[in-house]
Design a protein around this ligand. Structure first.
Ligand SMILES: [Zn+2]
Length: 464
């Protein structure tokens, strides 16, 4: 047949999705090709995080939000960034935090002047509405935890927040995002996460959540937003994290979940959110974070999560497995340029082993060996998602935004600590792509806040 087997024939038969995929692959491979062609000494410079530019971008954005009024959803993405940029990198946080505090006052949560019963303000189009919503509640609580300190933490009205969470609970056990809103796994996670970090999680809130999430795990192994939908990276993270928080992670089919998520890392080195979808920087956290959760489970050789809610199950049967200092780093700097095969498929070197059903494999020194290619993902984040003028983006050709900046940085942190047995053992330079100054603080993978800030909040809410 005419055109059969030729590039033209291939193009003619291609679906719109295939054409999009090839376009993205071409863009990404051009970037990697250009990077590979420059001298090694210059590569290090290219791999540097442009932290000053990122801070500038975020500070400018935050100021614009203040000028506009207040939009909790966007503001909290910026505040997350405050967490990744200022707390983590310890770069002159005072100016940034000052702006953040102004913003928090604008949100009405400072000095006990909390709006309504929860964090409720966000934009619909050009109109600002004040309706309590679980997504903004989650983001606002995490932002206050990130800010830290008595003033920020005590500004949260936990009694009213508990009432709000109870009202969002459906008779099925799952949660809805807002009054008369959609019921899904995201709502379950945000509700359980907020309740857990504020130390108000109880049996009433947790009841039925596990069964709902189990009903959302699909034949592929990942978790969908609601029963009958397609497995998706964001919902898989939300579902697994919620199940860990209510001590029911073992009820999931973890073997098929791992298989599904491991195969979501593609030839571009980043993750896709769903089967046959395009790579996207934000899944660096949604999918990478799934691995961070799994490797902390004692069943996989991890050391638990350091929360009183979940350590009963996860820490009680954990085993001490030696010192990370003794790690074998011979393969840490393996090829940064994984070669796609003829068909452009993912290299088999990234494939999970059949034994992933029972454990994340350890080297002979008991060093954690993550189930995804952490150096390759760092390469995608730094070279393809990072904007040299500040901020991060979904993929080359897309515009930067605060959401992707937040989740690319969280994904980067997950990669850097993926070989560490616990958050107190800093990664070796061989686990950090580029200069060691690229190292971020560890995040707590259950909540996506800086670990240190999480521990401070945990202590605070155990007392008050
Ligand atoms: Zn995205």
């Amino acid at each position: 047949m005419e055109g059969e087997g030729t590039a033209t024939g291939r193009q003619r038969r291609a679906t719109a999705s295939q054409l999009d995929q090839w376009t993205v692959q071409d863009q990404v491979f051009k970037i990697y090709g250009a990077f590979a062609s420059i001298p090694r000494s210059a590569q290090s410079v290219i791999l540097e995080l442009q932290r000053d530019k990122h801070v500038e971008y975020l500070t400018r954005g935050l100021q614009q939000l203040v000028d506009l009024g207040f939009a909790t959803g966007s503001c909290t993405q910026l505040l997350y960034l405050g967490n990744q940029l200022t707390m983590n990198w310890r770069i002159m946080p005072s100016t940034f935090l000052a702006v953040v505090r102004i913003q928090m006052v604008a949100m009405g949560v400072d000095q006990g002047r909390q709006v309504a019963e929860t964090f409720a303000l966000y934009w619909i189009g050009r109109r600002m509405v004040a309706m309590p919503h679980l997504a903004t509640t989650y983001a606002a609580v995490n932002s206050l935890v990130t800010l830290g300190g008595h003033k920020a933490l005590s500004s949260i009205n936990r009694d009213n927040l508990y009432k709000f969470l109870s009202r969002m609970k459906d008779s099925s056990g799952a949660f809805r995002m807002h009054d008369a809103g959609e019921i899904d796994v995201r709502a379950c996670y945000t509700a359980i996460s907020v309740a857990s970090i504020l130390n108000i999680l109880d049996d009433e809130l947790a009841k039925g959540v596990g069964n709902y999430i189990l009903s959302c795990q699909t034949y592929e192994g990942g978790i969908a937003g609601e029963p009958g939908s397609e497995a998706h990276g964001g919902y898989t993270f939300c579902g697994l994290a919620a199940m860990v928080l209510i001590n029911q992670a073992n009820s999931l089919d973890l073997a098929s979940l791992i298989d599904w998520v491991a195969f979501r890392q593609g030839v571009e080195c980043g993750f896709q959110g769903r089967t046959n979808k395009l790579v996207d920087g934000c899944y660096s956290f949604w999918q990478g974070g799934v691995f961070a959760l799994l490797q902390r489970l004692p069943a996989f050789g991890g050391e638990g999560f350091g929360t009183s809610d979940v350590e009963v199950e996860w820490v009680s049967d954990s085993t001490s497995e030696g010192d990370d200092e003794d790690r074998d780093s011979s393969d840490d700097n393996e090829a940064l340029h994984p070669e796609p095969d003829q068909e452009g498929h993912q290299s088999s070197s990234h494939s999970p082993e059949s034994s992933t059903a029972v454990h994340i494999h350890h080297s002979r020194h008991n060093q954690l060996e993550p189930l995804f290619h952490t150096m390759a993902l760092q390469q995608y984040i730094v070279l393809c998602s990072q904007e040299q003028e500040g901020g991060f983006r979904d993929k080359p050709g897309k515009a930067r935004d605060y959401y992707h900046t937040c989740y690319c940085l969280s994904g980067l942190s997950v990669c850097q600590y993926s070989r560490s047995k616990n958050e107190n053992s800093p990664p070796l330079p061989t686990s950090v792509l580029g200069p060691y100054s690229n190292l971020l603080e560890p995040i707590h993978p259950l909540y996506n806040v800086v670990s240190r800030q999480y521990h401070d909040a945990r202590e605070f809410f155990s007392k008050y």
